[in-house]
Structures are given as C-alpha cells and as structure tokens.
Design a protein around this ligand. Structure first.
Ligand SMILES: Cc1ncc(COP(=O)(O)O)c(C=O)c1O
Length: 324
C-alpha cells in the first residue's frame, strides 16, 4: 500500500482540499449529522458557489444508503462515530455498497473522534481518511491542523497539488508541536477510553439523565458494529438531560472541572451544547429531526482524575435538576 498523509492548516482546510477534487455537477452522499463546520462548508460554499450537489442521509440505515446514490455521485463522506449523536456507520458495508454502485466513488471517513489508535478506515476499504489533528492527534489544545491520508495515487497527487496551489498548509512551529503531542497518543487514548466508559456507565445509571450515547455501551444501537471495526473508543459522550434549555444552561454553568468549550480531544475535559454551539449552523428543522435538541449535551472526557470528573458532573446535575 502506497500510503501518504498530507497536512493542512486546519481540519476544515483538509476537508476543503479533499472536496476540491469534485467538479461542478458532482454529487456527494453525506451522513446527516456530520460536524457543523463541514455542513456549513458544503451548504454555504460548495453547493451554492461551486455547483456541487449533496444529500444528507442516515448512513446507519442501509436501506437509505442503497437509495442515496445517483449516476453523478462521486464521493461518500461520513464521520463514525458521528458528531454529536455518536451514530456508528459500518465502514466496510457502506464502502461495499458505494463501490458496487460505481468503483470510482471515493469513500471519505472523518476519523477525528477515534484517532488512528482506535480505528483505521483505510484497512476497511475507505479511500481517504480525514482528521482534525487539532483534536486527539495533537491532544494538547494548542494547535489547529488537519490531515488527509490516502492510498489512492490520484488523490495523493491532488492533495499535494492542493497544498501547493491553495496553500492552506501548517506552520513549522505547529508541526513541531504536533510531533511532540503525537508521541503520547496511545497513552492518552487509553486514558480517555477508560474514564469515558466509567462516566458513560455513571450517567446511564443516573436518574437525571434520559439517555446516554456512547458506542462502547451495550445499550448503543450500533454497539456490535462499533466492536467489529474499532479497538476502543475515545472520550466523546453525548447525553440527554431530563430537562430543557434552562436545565442544560444551568448544568453547563455549574461545571467546575469541565470547561464550557466547543473543541474536543484534548487532555482537558470540555462540555458543550450542540444545538446552540457546534451545530448552530445546521438548519433548525434538521436539528429537530436528528435529535440535536436543547437537552443534548456533548462532553469530551479528558485525562484528569476520574473521581474529580464524576464528582463535577454529579454536583452540576444536582444543581441543574435539584429534584427528580
Ligand atoms: C469531526 C470533526 N471534523 C473536522 C473538524 C474541523 O477541524 P478544525 O477545527 O481543525 O478545522 C472538527 C472540529 O470540531 C470536527 O469535530
């Protein structure tokens, strides 16, 4: 396998470089709850300005995948687990369906939520893997960077050309920082997984919580697919509070160890409200359909002491929902 990784000045710059391989009139099949910034790029730039066509579909439903392809479909784009609903797409199955339709369709997986430590989409048949290096790969919340990895010669040439022709490449100092951060990727990922699994179990047993979304829990709808295609799970958990916007806001303001912020994948724990933060650019009717409601909280479990993290969530939940 002739593998190459091309770095860009952000995850979104890597996304843009990959999408730039498409021509006006080409069609992308996209999963329906990808990162809000990727949606914004497609909906506000690629579609209106560059003439791309896109359909946003639930790729966990194989019947919908089958129906999604058109004669002009050139790319399938998904995140797994997705952001913020942590839906798990079966990478090998979706790739097979796409290639059966047309072997030239490029299958792109945004692997930001897993890092290469837990999930390797190219070995499952995907053509391109995109990472926001800003997140787990760097891990120290002090760099913005992205990359696209591929074993496809044509895509390699395209990405190299994009680096040169568009110029959204990282700075030397950022490359130095990522080279330092990446050395502990395996240690950090194991710590994120261990703490997040314990927190997901704590939340699932908590009476103030309606539902927890974490693929490593047996209750997750795609738990079997998750086990088949990964070696673990990161620190990303989403959950529904028993409440509305007011309870979510009180919960987020009451947190002391978790910081209210949009990013993820760093050593520090973060919490956010997707409906008004990361996914505010998703049309409201789509948010409602998907379940990105005002009581959906997304957390990124960092590397702090587990007892401190659980105690923090516990006191914030009690302050948001005093009586149950
Ligand atoms: C899954 C995913 N992909 C891509 C990006 C974009 O990355 P960056 O912030 O490095 O541009 C993000 C950012 O949050 C993300 O969560």
């Amino acid at each position: 396998m002739n593998l190459s990784g091309h770095t860009f000045s952000s995850g979104l710059a890597a996304t843009m470089a990959v999408v730039n391989i498409l021509k006006s009139g080409d069609h992308i099949v996209c999963s329906d709850d990808i990162y809000g910034g990727t949606q914004r790029f497609l909906r506000k730039v690629s579609i209106p300005n560059h003439g791309l066509q896109a359909d946003f579909v639930d790729l966990t439903k194989l019947s919908e995948v089958e129906k999604a392809f058109k004669p002009n479909t050139k790319m399938v784009w998904f995140e797994t687990p997705s952001n913020p609903l942590l839906k798990v797409v079966d990478i090998a199955t979706v790739t097979n369906i796409a290639k059966k339709h047309n072997p030239d369709i490029l299958v792109v997986v945004d692997n930001t939520f897993m890092s290469p430590y837990f999930q390797r989409p190219l070995s499952l048949g995907a053509d391109i893997v995109v990472h926001s290096i800003t997140k787990y790969i760097n891990g120290h919340s002090d760099v913005v960077m992205g990359c696209a990895i591929t074993d496809n010669d044509t895509v390699q040439k395209h990405l190299y050309f994009q680096q040169m022709a568009v110029g959204a490449v990282p700075s030397p100092f950022d490359c130095f920082l990522v080279n330092r951060g990446i050395k502990t990727l395996h240690l950090r990922m194991r710590a994120h997984y261990e703490s997040a699994l314990a927190i997901a179990k704590y939340l699932e047993a908590n009476e103030r919580i309606e539902k927890v979304l974490y693929p490593a829990l047996p209750s997750h709808p795609q738990h079997e697919v998750h086990k088949k295609q990964t070696k673990g799970m990161s620190g990303m958990i989403s959950f529904y509070l028993k409440g509305e916007l007011e309870q979510s806001s009180t919960f987020l303001s009451a947190l002391k160890v978790f910081t209210l912020a949009e990013s993820l994948g760093g050593y520090e724990s973060l919490a956010e409200l997707p409906s008004i933060m990361t996914h505010a650019s998703v049309p409201p009717e789509d948010r409602a359909k998907l379940g990105i409601t005002d009581n959906l909280i997304r957390i990124s479990v960092g590397c702090e002491d587990l007892d401190d993290l659980i105690a923090d969530l516990d006191q914030a939940l009690k302050s948001a929902i005093p009586r149950i």
